[in-house]
Design a protein. Structure first.
Length: 488
């Protein structure tokens, strides 16, 4: 027992060399020391394993019965991925243990080891390695220091890999964000180009459309004026002329008022059984009704009122055609609409008259409170009312009700158009004002997806705002806010 310190001192040099550096921190010095021991100890010579280039020491997933101390040469550790590809993890040089982690844990190895440069290694069984590591007087400290050096190197390597992985992940995240941003810009540019192309095509169509539509519209206007002149030749006191004049000045009324007037007339004249006639009479003001009961054919007199009403509709429709063409030109940047001081309720009423054929199947409720005049393009606004009302009629499908309200709030005019239909699905609510978005693409329905987009642009150009939402009681409501402009 007393001889071991002497042996230890005989084979282990001073802890520091002449430079003052701890020699155990130098793996090459330790290897030289172990090689020297191999020349003196037969037990170490027996552990020597020649390494041939391309030789496999072990494969990934195998249990290890030996640990290898690389004395000369080079070993590459690789790992096979799920896609069968191999990645190189590290190249081990002399002084490194090969298979140390799997050997000490008893778990299958996580890597494969291939010789990339011929050399030599010490191949040790568990019992040998443990004895050399803990009890051997000459190998204990060198092997412990080599293990420590290995762990330090692996730790440093792991830190470098983690740092590199962090930098790569950070760069990948940055690249991904930039790619997403570039893709979004590309998508927006694509949509803009598509929209511009469609608008260019629309502009070409508008030129031909305007030419073709203006001629029949002018013809309608001339015909209306001619009919008006024919009635004007009648005596101003003639009942036919008076009823015709009342028809020219007729305005739309809501469904509730219409029913009330029909019931009133029926109560005053119970002999009238013709419901169609009662409906026509209900549209007539009280002053016009007086002329019906002064003798003569009531049906014919009602027709004079209807003639005036129809000519009024022809005028409104003809003017509306011209204004719609002008609005369409403006939207396609071919023309500019003229602004004027108007009461926008008049445009709403005109729109209701033009759409009377679509609205006759629904109940119409009007609450058009007094509002100030404002400087705006009435043709553009009428297009907004038309788009919203047509959409509401399509949704209601010949049943239900539409309510239109106007009021003045601070320095803004508010117009609210509501229906009691199924409402707008929440998932498409953010898209309804986007160009080319439409739900009318199935069966007999067809739409370009431009109506609400055009309406939104018109309102925004007027300095206002348009908003759509679903009502708690059911249905959808469009709220248009327009600033009051006193000067054009």
């Amino acid at each position: 027992m007393q001889s071991e310190p002497a042996i230890h001192n005989a084979f282990i040099p001073d802890m520091t060399d002449h430079h003052g550096i701890n020699w155990l921190n130098d793996s090459s010095t330790i290897l030289n020391f172990i090689k020297k021991l191999m020349g003196e100890l037969d037990e170490l010579k027996e552990l020597a394993l020649p390494l041939e280039e391309d030789e496999i020491l072990f494969l990934q997933g195998e249990p290890l019965e030996y640990v290898y101390l690389l004395m000369e040469g080079e070993v590459k550790l690789t790992r096979t991925q799920p896609d069968k590809s191999d990645i190189t993890l590290i190249h081990l040089e002399p002084g490194n243990f090969v298979g140390l982690i799997a050997f000490t844990t008893g778990a299958p190895t996580l890597t494969s080891a291939r010789i990339t440069k011929a050399g030599m290694a010490l191949k040790m069984r568990p019992s040998q390695f443990e004895m050399y590591l803990s009890d051997h007087p000459r190998l204990k400290h060198p092997l412990q220091q080599l293990m420590l050096n290995n762990m330090i190197q692996r730790y440093k390597s792991n830190i470098r890999l983690q740092t590199k992985a962090y930098q790569l992940n950070k760069q990948i995240t940055q690249d991904r964000n930039e790619l997403k941003k570039a893709y979004k810009q590309l998508e927006e540019t694509h949509q803009m180009l598509v929209h511009q192309e469609k608008m260019a095509t629309l502009g070409e169509l508008v030129a031909g459309f305007a030419h073709e539509v203006n001629n029949p519209a002018s013809s309608l206007m001339r015909s209306a004026e001619t009919l008006s002149e024919i009635y004007a030749n009648l005596e101003s006191t003639d009942a036919a002329f008076k009823l015709f004049e009342f028809g020219l000045e007729s305005e739309p009324i809501d469904s509730h008022t219409l029913r009330q007037r029909m019931e009133k007339i029926k109560a005053e004249h119970p002999d009238f059984d013709d419901r169609s006639l009662l409906r026509k009479m209900a549209y007539m003001p009280d002053e016009a009704l007086q002329y019906l009961f002064q003798g003569g054919n009531i049906h014919l007199k009602v027709q004079h009122f209807e003639a005036g009403k129809m000519i009024h509709n022809i005028r409104v429709a003809s003017e509306r055609i011209a204004k719609l063409v002008k609005s369409l030109k403006s939207y396609s940047r071919q023309d500019q609409n003229k602004e004027e001081m108007v009461d926008i309720r008049e445009g709403i009423k005109d729109t209701l008259l033009v759409l009377s054929n679509r609205l006759k199947f629904v109940e119409l409720n009007l609450h058009l409170d007094d509002i100030p005049k404002t400087c705006i393009s009435v043709g553009d606004l009428n297009q907004v009312w038309t788009n919203i009302l047509v959409n509401a009629c399509d949704v209601l499908q010949h049943s239900g009700s539409i309510s239109i309200s106007t009021w003045h709030e601070k320095n803004n005019i508010i117009v609210e158009i509501a229906d009691d239909g199924p409402g707008i699905p929440e998932e498409i609510m953010p898209k309804i004002f986007q160009p080319n978005f439409t739900t009318k693409n199935q069966g007999a329905e067809f739409g370009l997806g431009l109506g609400l987009a055009i309406s939104s642009e018109i309102i925004q150009q007027a300095g206002g705002d348009i908003e759509a939402k679903n009502r708690a009681e059911g249905g959808a409501v469009f709220t248009i806010t327009l600033p009051v402009r006193e000067d054009c």
